[in-house]
Design a protein around this ligand. Sequence first.
Ligand code: HEC
Ligand code: HEC
Ligand code: HEC
Length: 98
Amino acid sequence: MSVIASLAFSLGAYLVEGEAAFQSGRLLLGHSSVDNQCGKCHTPWGSVSNDKCAACHLDLFAREPNHGKEKPLCANCHLDHRGRHFDIKTAAKKLKAL
Ligand code: HEC
Ligand code: HEC
Ligand code: HEC
């Protein structure tokens, strides 16, 4: 596809789906309530914010204050946009071992 056709396609998708057009895949089922609220996890158009993730997962940090301290970013271990039934915990265990 030419660059122009590809840009036209992206623009069309954007008009229909809004920002959601720029996601590569569906979010985890547990995250489906924020499907269209990118700002719940991302800074505007930017990276994933640890504080935003942690804000919804306070119970985990109450139980495990040092959770994930081996790596600086939640997204170093926790991927998303890989479909509703993506096994996020097994994937995190593998990434943690790297
Ligand atoms: C529940 C949290 C969450 C929400 C809500 C979310 N994202 Fe993400 N997103 C992530 C995580 C985590 C990553 C980085 C890890 C990865 O690559 O999977 C990411 C990565 C991305 C990337 C980088 C490429 C990719 O897919 O890996 C893009 C682009 C993106 N998100 C767009 C969006 C848009 C647009 C929205 C809103 C429609 C959105 N995201 C909503 C968690 C979220
Ligand atoms: C709007 C609130 C909200 C935000 C923001 C959010 N989550 Fe979640 N998350 C949930 C809910 C609700 C579930 C499903 C219930 C559960 O498993 O705790 C979930 C599930 C998960 C799970 C799977 C838990 C399991 O037991 O299988 C992981 C891992 C996770 N979230 C990590 C993250 C990361 C990393 C971010 C930031 C990129 C994030 N969450 C952002 C609310 C949120
Ligand atoms: C060094 C890797 C790593 C980092 C960084 C990390 N996690 Fe995790 N996380 C894991 C692993 C591995 C599991 C699965 C644990 C299990 O299944 O026993 C997990 C599980 C979870 C769960 C599910 C807990 C449950 O009740 O089973 C949530 C929610 C979560 N992480 C949120 C976060 C958030 C939010 C951040 C960032 C502030 C983060 N994690 C950073 C590796 C990490």
